[in-house]
Write a protein that binds this ligand. Sequence first.
Ligand SMILES: [Zn+2]
Length: 303
Amino acid sequence: MGAVAALLLAAAACTPAENAKRPEAKPEAAALVASDGAYPFKVGSLQAYALLDGDNLVPNDNSVFGVGQTPDAVAAVLAVAGQPTDGLALSIHPLLVKDGDRTVLIDAGAGAAFGDKAGKLAASLAEAGVDPAAITDVLISHGHPDHVGGLVAADGALTYPNATIRMSQAEWASLQANPEMAILVQAIAPKVQAFAPGAVVAPGITAIALAGHTPGHTLYEIASDGQRLLYAGDTAHHFVVSLAHPEWAMGYDGDKVAGAARRQAELAALAASGERVYFHHFPFPGIGRVRQGAEGYVWVPEG
Ligand SMILES: [Zn+2]
């Protein structure tokens, strides 16, 4: 007997009563399987997804990491952690939170801004079963291309046509003042609602001002049923080097002194609290906790 025939016979042997005794399949649970681009997880009763947009390899040449240090100094830190020493891999992964009747995307990925290194967010959203038209809110941590580039398609159309785009007043002012972002600013302006620090931007989601990386850099605290997750934006970029040496100057920080000071203070706070945190550039899905290490801090990923 062939395998298919055997299966058919086995299925036919199940009476309706036997079928009824089987545990109920949970359609939601069945749908929430991690894929290459979509990692489902919970924050209290909220369903969240880490959504992969791409990967960016930064050379170990002190232009971005360890500005003012030497490549050997950066390589030594990477080697201790068992990481390649010729480059530093940065993931790009926005976060989706289904928050009651709101579907909230936090940061929008790079779109076409990073060429073929990124721009996979649409596919990852599809893997999570979310239509771009269903996004009600896009919360922006800051106005760098890997966080806002994906707001607009190559033809200038809004990627999330029904979404209100929310960012801090300071960040919106900074974005509008950047001539390189003029086309994007024009496209998104009718949809932007800028908020003041500390605003509650969606049910259970609070904006926390953390200037340094950019003037209006914002963290988002997501709270539900006694659980919390802190979306930490670009407070730290590399899961080894940024934690081992948060005091090192960082090329992407608009204000390198303020950026380093904020990074040190925030990592100290995260290590002290043990709070669950989400880093947009750490290895996908970027969820975990920060612990005090022998040298600086150590990333403890979830799962
Ligand atoms: Zn970034």
